[in-house]
Design a protein. Structure first.
Length: 248
């Protein structure tokens, strides 16, 4: 009996080869997707944790205590198991604030204070600098602009997809609080504008104390957004410290 050797036809070989390539591509896309998901989770987790620690450390500083990682972890565990965090108010703003001496600006990435917009439930720490590393951890105070509580334009920048995402819902006359170690300053939103990325006039000095918030626009643009979203507010007054009962 003569054995008959059955050979695959060329179309069958091509089909199996194509199927093998597709299976390989599926694994590649799966791995890329998992890597992107891990990166997204890591970036958001580190950003959230960094903000939580900065917020806690700022409160500790207002209490006159020295922040530590051990204390932060202990406070977080206490809060998780039912204890309520104590809200600490800054002392009254100093009635006479002297301008910072020339040549001695805040150190890069040093804590400036805490920005709050009550209606938007926004609370975020503010650090010195507008570089990528600083803006990943907090809202950045743009170097060269005024400091909170001083005459001039306090300019703050933040990412549209993290800390300043809530600005898409801001409205005229919204109240903005900027809490510092010298006191808490209250601003009212006066204008909302959209400008080009090279319009540096928004950072120009002003005669009175003002606050400018800067972020990219549109908020849901994919890639590098082409415009800037500008919120301009005027300082109303420091927020007075509540009177404490006698003997407390």
């Amino acid at each position: 009996m003569r054995a008959i050797l059955k050979l695959d036809s060329p179309p069958d070989r091509y089909a199996r080869r194509a199927s093998s390539w597709l299976a390989g591509l599926e694994w590649v896309f799966l791995l890329v997707g998992l890597a992107a998901l891990d990166t997204y989770v890591w970036v958001n987790a580190t950003t959230t944790l960094s903000q939580a620690y900065q917020d806690w450390a700022f409160d500790q500083t207002l209490r006159g205590q020295t922040p530590s990682v051990r204390g932060f972890v202990g406070d977080e565990f206490s809060w998780l198991f039912g204890s309520q965090r104590e809200k600490v108010e800054a002392p009254d703003a100093a009635p006479k604030l002297e301008p910072m001496p020339q040549g001695k600006p805040p150190l890069p990435s040093s804590v400036i204070g805490r920005l709050e917009i009550p209606r938007l439930n926004l609370s975020v720490m503010v650090r010195e600098g507008a570089d990528g590393k600083t803006l990943h951890r907090a809202v950045g105070h743009i170097p060269g602009t005024a400091l909170p509580g001083y005459a001039g334009n306090v300019a703050l920048a933040g990412h549209r997809d993290t800390f300043f995402r809530a600005l898409r819902n801001i409205q005229k006359d919204d109240s903005i609080h900027l809490e510092t170690e010298n006191g808490t300053y209250r601003y009212l939103v006066k204008s909302i504008d959209i400008v080009g990325p090279r319009d540096l006039g928004v950072l120009a000095a002003s005669h009175g104390p003002t606050l400018t918030l800067v972020t990219c626009y549109p908020f849901y643009y994919v890639g590098s957004a082409p415009k800037r979203f500008i919120v301009r507010a005027t300082q109303v007054s420091p927020i007075p410290q509540p009177q404490r009962p006698q003997g407390s």
